[in-house]
Design a protein around this ligand. Structure first.
Ligand code: MG
Length: 202
């Protein structure tokens, strides 16, 4: 199983990062060991600026390569929510040195994933409202209608480069409003009113 994360899929997030809006989906990967498997997240010692990036997650349901755009919808049945935790200070260093981002993005437990997934028929895929709360205060919210590349385009594009397999997760990018988390925070993710995950930063 692998985790593919889309970068800069929301124009206003690209703007807050002073980054260019991509013309083609931009992606990077996290290993399986990045999945957070419990409710407690332990703040890593190597960063002082850990950021939340709340993202809608597509779960791949069958193997595919070179998937045509019109067939992409057949490769997922369920949608979840996650956090692409990012060590922003380390990411900044990587960018300055033109190094890959993995150190800032792919570390253990950096991929929060919801405890449940929602059947896609129950959602309006191009208008999924989602948000993240910290200590009951809404800190980040978005709608998939603002994505530069929709789910089908992402699947079709990624599969030109990488074979997608059952159980793979695609983190579809974060809207604007990324920011720090701190020890003691209670972080909750929602799709609509549906609570998808709760984690405690330790
Ligand atoms: Mg992200």
């Amino acid at each position: 199983m692998k985790i593919i994360c889309i970068g800069r899929n929301y124009a206003n997030h690209a703007k807050e990062m002073n980054a260019e809006v991509p013309k083609e989906p931009m992606f990077f990967m996290k290993p399986e060991t990045a999945i957070l498997k419990e409710m407690n997240f332990y703040y890593p010692e190597f960063t002082r600026d850990l950021h939340h990036e709340v993202e809608v997650v597509i779960k791949i349901c069958k193997v595919g390569k070179h998937i045509a755009l019109e067939h992409a919808k057949n490769y997922y049945t369920h949608i979840g929510l996650g956090i692409d935790f990012t060590a922003r200070d380390i990411q900044r260093e990587c960018k300055e040195k033109s190094h890959p981002w993995e150190k800032a993005k792919a570390f253990d437990n950096s991929a929060v994933i919801s405890t449940h997934f929602i059947p896609k028929e129950e959602l309006e895929l191009n208008n999924i409202n989602f948000h993240l709360s910290i200590n009951s205060e809404r800190v980040q919210e978005g709608t998939t209608s603002d994505m530069l590349f929709d789910f089908d385009t992402l699947i079709s594009n990624l599969s030109q480069y990488i074979t997608l397999k059952t159980g793979d997760l695609i983190y579809s990018g974060t809207p604007e409003g990324v920011g720090p988390v701190h020890r003691g925070d209670k972080v909750e993710g929602f799709i609509g009113d549906n609570k998808m995950f709760v984690i405690n930063i330790k």
